[in-house]
Design a protein around this ligand. Structure first.
Ligand SMILES: [Zn+2]
Length: 330
């Protein structure tokens, strides 16, 4: 797994070229297609697109306590696995970026949530739990927070067959239960990538909700092959994620160190409209990204801004999914 930036960059360019030239929609046990997408018929492309779709809107009639908007923060505590599993890095410098997330940033995040007395959802790869077992008792001391499922080592499922994907989630689940003492109800895929098999596996593993898709800003029913799956989708979005706005990820040529003030204005603007529309506002954050000193101050300011409005329900993803499920009579 030894690599360097130049080599990794070339590999990513090659990978990108392969993706653009020949979409092979995840490895599958039946074998994936590797002919160019332009050779496919409209029916074949429509079939590909329809594998997983957004179903009915599951916005509840009202949020608890008559709140106008539901606000939920998730913290994906990716630490080292995001660099190992996603980018094939092993340099101690990359590892230290992950270590920063557990060692320096996570306590800041928890202190901020405590200050504002708001709950949040934490999604941890199983390998984060193995590398930083001390994070779990600390989270369990605050039962208002949720701990969700987030892969084994932040592996991208698009590179796996259905059988491998199931195998790796089962391995991750064993580690999760060993550390947390119970099974999670929330599933978030690594890198928000899903294969055509993911939803079926997630459903069979008994999850209540999925949170990696982007077809709406409101909660919705996930459809697979045209049928309701019973899984609730709590959708995410890259503009409501700190990674593309702040994080440097050299191998994909992505450099984004925005001013915290710019990002505050994006996130406030998104919140204002969510408030007007009376819907759902979900922010995805990573301790190793948001936990830097002046960014956490910005987050503090954003939460204070939201709290100044009436009728804002701060909740975990789990509480939102349970409310949505009950209101929809599922
Ligand atoms: Zn992640």
């Amino acid at each position: 797994m030894r690599t360097n930036i130049g080599f990794a960059f070339v590999i990513h360019l090659l990978a990108a070229t392969v993706l653009v030239c020949a979409i092979s929609p995840a490895a599958s046990d039946e074998g994936s297609r590797d002919d160019a997408i332009w050779k496919w018929t409209p029916e074949e492309i429509s079939k590909l697109v329809s594998k997983v779709r957004a179903g009915r809107d599951l916005s509840p009639e009202s949020w608890p306590g008559g709140a106008r908007v539901a606000v939920s923060f998730s913290f994906d505590v990716d630490t080292e696995p995001v660099w190992i599993g996603m980018q094939g890095q092993s340099s101690p410098s990359y590892m230290s970026r992950g270590e920063y997330g557990a060692r320096t940033a996570q306590p800041r995040v928890l202190a901020l949530l405590k200050k504002h007395k708001i709950p949040a959802s934490f999604f941890l790869p199983a390998m984060t739990m193995e590398l930083h077992p001390e994070l779990i008792p600390e989270l369990l001391k605050h039962p208002q927070h949720e701990i969700g499922f987030h892969s084994y080592v932040h592996e991208n499922p698009m590179h796996l067959t259905a059988a491998e994907e199931r195998q790796v989630y089962e391995k991750a689940m064993e580690i999760f239960v060993k550390h947390v003492g119970r099974r999670p109800v929330g599933f978030r895929s690594a890198a928000w990538d899903l294969t055509e098999s993911t939803i079926q596996i997630v459903k069979e593993m008994g999850f209540l909700y999925e949170s990696s898709m982007m077809a709406d800003e409101r909660p919705y029913m996930l459809m697979a092959e045209g049928k309701e799956t019973g899984l609730i989708e709590l959708p995410v979005e890259w503009i409501l994620d700190d990674w593309p706005l702040f994080q440097i990820s050299w191998p994909v040529g992505h450099v984004a160190i925005r001013n915290a003030e710019d990002v505050l204005s994006i996130w406030k603007g998104e919140f204002d409209v969510a408030y007007e529309e009376g819907t759902l506002y979900m922010l995805t954050l990573h301790p190793q990204v948001i936990g830097h000193r002046y960014r956490i101050k910005m987050l503090d300011e954003l939460i204070a801004y939201m709290k100044r409005k009436r009728g804002v329900w701060f909740a975990t993803h789990e509480s939102i999914a349970r409310h949505v499920k009950e209101q929809a009579g599922l």
